[in-house]
Design a protein around this ligand. Structure first.
Ligand code: GUN
Ligand code: ZN
Length: 428
């Protein structure tokens, strides 16, 4: 057995949503200790109380740092890593100009594996330890991604894109082929180590009703797999969906009527949704991935967080790279804060870190497994440095309250502020 490990320092996590519970949701230990045994959280509390109970542990001390749960990216495309920051277009043109040509390269396992390794190294550098990830249409892209994630013992969810229309020939499958390829991947990967599969129709415009039916058949056959897609991101896209599916009630209705909504369904964006659509999502336990850097970068719109909260729809944060401009969930909070400022609302740093941790775990139906430091949770941990850069140091010296320290940290941080990331209790 490996010797137990105890991390000491400022420790912060959440036991609920600060948007509804206020500061009661915040769990903070100024001189805290978290003990890890066999990759899982074994104890949490004030060091003065915890340390005497664990005399024979390896101790790692983090002064001037904040220890938080590993962060959770609820929507990202690993195959778009290399075309991040591509100029000029909004969604539909951006897909044709930038995303699709890049994704064509992922028919090649070796290429996909190289990018997957790079992508996962970057995630871990940013303190992100779990993500819900789009592959490409090629099964090779998902094999490559899972091989790379397995080698790092990461908890990752991914799937092969299903798309059988309105995209380049080289990226098209068929309802039958997408069903068979997805099924093979589910049988090979779902539940292996910390890996899980997501049935991944790209979005309504690129799937025929027959293909959405094939996706639904997979969910019925394999009830514990995820469903991951996009919804209501861009107004031209929404208009297009209403033309392609004239019988559907609305955009969410397309997915609902196809039988694709449940508590393991995650819809990215959701910027232009009606109250009916949110009621529908709530009734199925379906979550939203909020991707502010992407929404601003490709000019999609301003996410209405209050509307989500009013309908009790769980919201996780997504980087949505390559339309998103950073893999850092700290930077993603930075932009989420500005989006809410433009909506006339305040998004506290507590709410932001909640969305990046426990909120993300809830959106992915993984509460109790990851997302906070409850006893028994997997010990995925990020250690953040308040003073990582000169400007952070200057600002931190002025900060008085925990919220002020956390807010300044999250607004100013990038991967330089992530001193260590632990995966199942191992520093990487
Ligand atoms: N909608 C359909 N595909 C995509 C994609 O690759 N990125 C984003 N941001 N939206 C999409
Ligand atoms: Zn996306």
């Amino acid at each position: 057995m490996v010797k137990p490990l105890m991390l000491c320092g400022n420790i912060l996590d959440f036991i609920g949503n600060p948007a509804t519970m206020g500061e009661q949701a915040v769990r903070f230990f100024e001189r805290g200790a978290v003990v890890i045994i066999d990759g899982k959280i074994a104890a949490l509390g004030e060091e003065s109380i915890i340390a005497p109970k664990y005399p024979d542990v390896e101790v790692k001390r983090y002064d001037q740092h904040l220890i938080v749960p590993g962060m959770i990216d609820t929507h990202v495309h690993f195959a778009q890593t290399e075309m991040i920051a591509s100029y000029g277009e909004q969604l539909l043109e951006w897909l044709t100009e930038h995303a699709f040509p890049t994704e064509e390269k992922f028919a090649d396992y070796e290429y996909a594996h190289k990018i997957a390794n790079f992508f996962l190294d970057e995630l871990v550098k940013n303190g992100t330890t779990t993500a819900l990830v789009f592959g490409t249409v090629h099964p090779e892209s998902v094999d490559a991604f899972f091989d790379a994630a397995k080698a790092r013992n990461l908890r990752m969810i991914a799937g092969k894109v299903m798309m059988d229309r309105n995209c380049p020939e080289a990226l098209q499958d068929t309802p039958e082929q997408s069903y068979l390829d997805s099924k093979t991947l589910i049988e090979k990967w779902h539940g292996v180590d910390r890996l899980q599969y997501a049935v991944t129709p790209r979005f309504a415009p690129t799937s025929t009703p027959d293909q959405l039916a094939a996706a639904s058949a997979l969910l019925q056959e394999f009830p514990s797999v995820y469903m991951h897609t996009h919804v209501s991101e861009n107004l031209n896209e929404c208009q297009w969906v209403s033309e392609l599916f004239p019988e559907a009630q609305d955009y969410v209705g397309v997915y609902e009527e196809a039988g694709l909504l449940n508590k393991r369904s995650v819809l990215a964006h959701g910027i232009h949704l009606s109250d009916r659509e949110l009621k529908c999502m709530h009734s199925h336990g379906t979550s939203v991935a909020h991707c502010p850097t992407s929404n601003l970068f490709i000019g999609s719109g301003l996410f209405n967080l209050k509307q989500m909260q009013a309908h009790e729809v769980e919201v996780g944060l997504g980087s949505d790279v390559g339309a998103g401009t950073s893999l850092s969930l700290l930077q993603t909070y930075n932009e989420a804060y500005k989006v809410q400022q433009l909506n006339g609302n305040k998004l506290s740093a507590f709410e932001g870190l909640y969305m990046a941790t426990l909120g993300g775990a809830r959106a992915l139906d993984l509460e109790g497994t990851i997302g906070n430091f409850n006893i028994g949770c997997e010990a995925d941990i990020a250690v953040l440095n308040y003073n990582a850069t000169p400007i952070m140091q200057t600002r931190h010296a002025q900060a008085k309250t925990l919220h002020d320290k956390l807010f300044a940290l999250m607004m100013l941080a990038d991967d330089r502020a992530v001193t260590d990331t632990y995966i199942m209790g191992k520093a990487v």
